[in-house]
Design a binder for this molecule. Structure first.
Ligand code: FAD
Length: 455
């Protein structure tokens, strides 16, 4: 009888891993604790629920997330394929209808004859081939077990999430649709994919002061930990505290936009991005916040166009749990002292939806190869997948923090290339060449035919 693989966590990494293993003919037991036990951020019992933004980042072939997604598609990523099948107009980004996306993955997993889904919390790591993919909100009991296994104090910090409003509650006599520089949507949108709420100087300054004065939710964590906010997901009120102009140069920057009422660039804008396929919900781009909920709605309603906003979700902060991968994992995602134990997803420090899914893809494929006596994949660091895996397994352990895919992870080019655009194109070309050559050399075959991204 073929050995069964246990996967703990039915999120992005866990479902991708389960599908990869099952599609190679190996039976999988996938444990997901929801709805028996919830997390601070998940709202449904669906597998692969997106807990915050509905964007999976750029589809451009010379951007970090574009390169990463293309490499994953070439390796047959079920999750990324499903995302493209449920894409919404979002300029050159891949935004998905979150409910349809999670529902489709849930059905794919439940429909697979080699996967058995168990709705239960796992509190101890089992024997036998196992993948831990319990994400940034790993349940406390399992967290304690992982801490005991790793023999280290557990690492965590805090992230924040953005509010979502109903489209019909946005005042479109003030707000206007436009993408920055009127960029056409790669996914077929014919008018601006974003809704922009314009602010003049007085409105902007009043808003920033209200943000700073509003009460915040106290977090039960040492100040030192809270100071380690993840730079890419900093709460707006923290950013605002860095100086009156910080937001106008950050998430509220008005560049590339013209207010049709004035014919001029607004002083600042709040951008909203479509969040579901019916276009009834919009999320506030870059507006993650930890203001108290009552006060939060009042402050956000100071934004012109959102005076009557109906919030279906308010912003909040959450725990972000991850292991010290540089001391614990190989680039194959194997636990160094137990080769049939793998970790995947955000818990390894691969930050973001796509990076987390990538871990599931690699761990799933590698478990399959381990059980069929094939050499495990260790992707070249010149590819985006390999670079991210290399980073989490070779970074300085003392200061290790989760990392998103980014161009800075790629090793320097052999020859100097002038101009950022040309340089990015050269990195992207090398990544694709090396990734393809490596997979050929390893005789790797995806279990589904690769699809092309629209970019
Ligand atoms: C609130 C929040 C907002 C985020 N916002 C974004 C964003 O906007 N964009 C972005 O790119 N990334 C975001 N991230 C980061 C990251 O991309 C997501 O958390 C992503 O879902 C991670 O994928 P994962 O598979 O590692 O974990 P998850 O998708 O969280 O999956 C882990 C699963 O394991 C289950 N689980 C946990 N413990 C147990 C247990 N003991 N037994 C059984 N099941 C268990 C959980 O219920 C969950 O379903 C956010 C994270 C959080 C927490």
């Amino acid at each position: 009888m073929t050995t069964q693989v246990t996967i703990i966590g039915g999120g992005l990494a866990g479902t991708e891993a389960a599908w990869q293993i099952a599609s190679r003919g190996i039976p999988v037991r996938l444990f997901e604790m929801r709805p028996t036990r919830g997390t601070e951020a998940h709202l449904t019992d669906r597998l692969a629920e997106l807990v915050c933004s509905n964007s999976m980042g750029s589809t451009l072939p010379d951007r970090a997330l574009g390169i990463l997604k293309n490499e994953m598609l070439a390796m047959g990523s079920m999750v990324i394929q499903t995302a493209f099948e449920h894409a919404l107009p979002a300029g050159s980004a891949l935004a998905v209808s979150r409910d349809d996306f999670a529902q489709a993955i849930t059905e794919t997993i439940y429909g697979h004859p080699n996967i058995e889904v168990m709705r239960a919390e796992i509190t101890a790591i089992p024997a036998g081939p196992t993948i831990v993919a319990t994400g940034p909100l790993t349940s406390p009991d399992l967290t304690a077990q992982i801490q005991a296994l790793t023999g280290q104090s557990y690492l965590y910090f805090y992230d924040a999430m953005a509010p979502i409003v109903t489209a019909e509650s946005i005042d479109m006599s003030i707000a206007f649709r436009q993408s920055r520089y009127d960029r056409e949507s790669d996914l077929g949108g014919d008018e601006g994919d974003y809704i922009n709420c314009p602010l003049n100087k007085e409105e902007y300054e009043a808003f920033v002061h209200a943000l700073l004065d509003a009460p915040k939710i106290e977090l039960k964590a040492p100040d030192k930990e809270l100071e380690r906010y993840f730079e890419g997901c900093m709460p707006v009120e923290v950013l605002a505290g860095r100086g009156i102009q910080s937001l106008a140069f950050g998430p509220m920057r008005p560049i590339g936009l013209t207010d049709p009422r004035t014919g001029r660039r607004p002083y600042a804008v709040v951008q909203l991005r479509q969040d579901n396929i019916a276009a009834t919900l919009y999320n506030m781009v870059g507006f993650q916040t930890n203001l108290r909920w009552g006060a939060q709605a009042d402050v956000l309603r100071l934004i012109p166009g959102l005076q009557e906003a109906e919030f279906v979700r308010l912003g909040q902060m959450h725990r972000n749990t991850f292991i010290n991968s540089p001391t614990l994992l190989n680039p194959t995602l194997q636990f160094r002292t137990r080769p049939d134990l793998f970790f995947a997803g955000q818990i390894t420090g691969t930050e973001g939806y796509v990076g987390s899914t990538m871990g599931g893809l690699v761990a799933g494929i590698n478990v399959g190869r381990l059980l069929t006596n094939q050499p495990l994949l260790e992707l070249p660091p010149t590819s985006m997948m390999g670079a991210l895996l290399h980073y989490i397994t070779h970074a300085e352990p003392q200061n290790f923090q989760p990392m998103k895919a980014n161009m800075g992870l790629l090793p320097d080019l052999r020859q100097r290339v002038r101009g950022k655009q040309q340089r990015y194109a050269a990195y992207a070309e090398r990544a694709q060449t090396d990734h393809t050559a490596y997979l050929e050399r390893m005789k790797f075959e995806p279990t589904v035919s690769a699809i092309k991204s629209p970019a």
